[in-house]
Design a protein around this ligand. Structure first.
Ligand code: CTP
Length: 413
């Protein structure tokens, strides 16, 4: 998920670097926002190197859309974490002051907020700060209690920024309970299809189903109502997911077309066979002395039919997401698929790369959409990195959530 990490001025600012790293290790993307005083303690380059994203340092930065950046980040971020949170930012949040990027972001976002206060003991105990904290808690803000110990000002007492692991743990707990996909229905397809030749033989492909299962798991973790339409795989289905098992492309087509009108997004991660035997023998075929010629016919293109149905019906929902496994000219072919199949997003991967594609736990993908997404790839991600399938699932669902937030039409429209 995309997490906005606000860093304020305080000796604990250096610990925010560890927090950013911890959140990333859990598969999240982090955008750091540094207040002016934070930059006196740690340089933005440190965060840029860790997050591989531009660090936001002012409300009106360079770039045409900089003035509305806090609005787009406010929509895209699944969580706002502020660590260290000074008495100043706590006061601004509590009183609706929006005089810099971070305080404007707080007002503009509907994402849950976690703050980790850090300040001198007397400041922390001051009635004004306690009052502000209480009003934030009453508004649903989660506070990670500061620790006690030796403070930078020389005092010994309460006010030290909580340990990075505690902040990361709190962020995860809030994310999971917040359920960013609560109330959303997502249909995910996974695995290969088996196209039967006779009772013992079939045509299939190398798909293990791992990518689709990772997406279903992540969507369920986010509180989504998930239907997993799966071809035959050796995988254990994730808990709290409705599993519909299918075998052939034609069966998958029937199930998906039937369920699609009721869901918010269809994610076609299955490697659907493109051809099926013209006839399936009911008896086992005996060996032929001089080879065998198989007559195959095309299977229905599920994603293509979904795109056609949606555009004919004039609907915006469900969102349609396809995968493209290519061995060359990945981006160009994926872009062509996006247009031809009339879908919202193509997750393209170059299966000729080691560690990408079938059977492995990792993948390297590029997200190809119609170009209206607010957040493009992070700097340095032009050549897609090899990442775990769960991490990719997380980024994909971040994008799905952002797209769903932009589209207003309800699922049953
Ligand atoms: N797909 C589908 N139905 C099919 C075949 C594919 O819904 N019969 C979906 C896959 O799940 C995937 C996307 O379409 O999300 C891309 O599949 P791919 O086979 O790579 O694309 P094709 O359009 O079949 O193009 P190509 O000529 O490259 O095979």
């Amino acid at each position: 998920m995309l997490i906005a990490l606000g860093v304020c001025g305080g000796i604990g600012a250096y610990k925010a670097v560890e927090i950013a790293r911890g959140l990333q290790n859990n598969g999240h993307d982090v955008v750091a926002i540094m207040t002016r005083s934070a930059r006196r303690f740690v340089g933005p380059l440190t965060f840029e190197a860790i997050t591989r994203r531009r660090v936001i340092t002012s409300q009106f930065a360079e770039g045409a859309n900089a003035d509305i950046e806090h609005i787009s980040l406010a929509t895209a971020a699944s969580l706002l974490v502020v660590a260290p949170a000074t008495a100043n930012i706590i006061g601004k949040f509590a009183n609706g002051v929006a005089d810099d990027f971070l305080s404007s972001l707080y007002l503009a976002t509907k994402a849950p907020v976690v703050i980790a206060p850090a300040m001198n003991t007397n400041m922390l105990e001051h009635e004004a700060v306690q009052h502000n904290l209480a009003s934030l808690v009453a508004r649903g803000v989660h506070v990670v209690e500061p620790g006690a110990g030796y403070l930078a000002c020389g005092w010994i007492g309460k006010g030290r920024l909580a340990e990075p692991e505690a902040v990361v743990r709190a962020a995860e707990a809030v994310l999971h309970s917040a359920g960013s996909l609560k109330g959303r229905k997502v249909l995910v397809t996974a695995g290969p299809t088996y196209e039967d030749l006779d009772p013992v033989r079939f045509i299939s492909n190398r798909s293990s189903g791992k990518m689709g299962y990772a997406i279903a798991t992540e969507a369920a973790t986010r509180g989504g109502e998930v239907v997993l339409v799966t071809g035959p795989t050796a995988l254990q289905p994730p808990p709290a997911v409705e599993v519909v098992r299918v075998r052939r492309a034609a069966e998958m087509h029937a199930v998906v077309m039937h369920r699609a009108p009721d869901v918010d997004a269809v994610i076609m991660a299955a490697a659907v066979a493109d051809y099926t035997p013209r006839r399936t023998e009911t008896e086992k075929m005996p060996k032929q002395a001089d080879g065998l010629v198989l007559a195959l016919e095309r299977t229905p293109d599920i994603l293509g039919d979904l795109g056609q149905w949606r555009s004919t019906a004039g609907r915006e929902r469900p969102l349609l997401i396809g995968f493209a496994a290519e061995t060359s000219a990945v981006d160009a072919k994926a872009r062509e698929k996006l247009r031809r199949k009339k879908v919202d997003l193509i997750v393209a991967n170059d299966i000729s790369r080691e560690g990408a594609g079938f059977e492995v736990d990792t993948n390297a993908v590029t997200f190809i959409d119609d170009g209206t997404q607010d957040f493009g790839p992070a700097p340095g991600r032009d050549v897609p990195a090899i990442r775990s399938k769960r991490e990719i699932a997380s980024e994909l669902l971040d994008r799905v959530e952002a797209m769903l937030a932009r589209k207003t039409q309800p699922a049953r429209g």
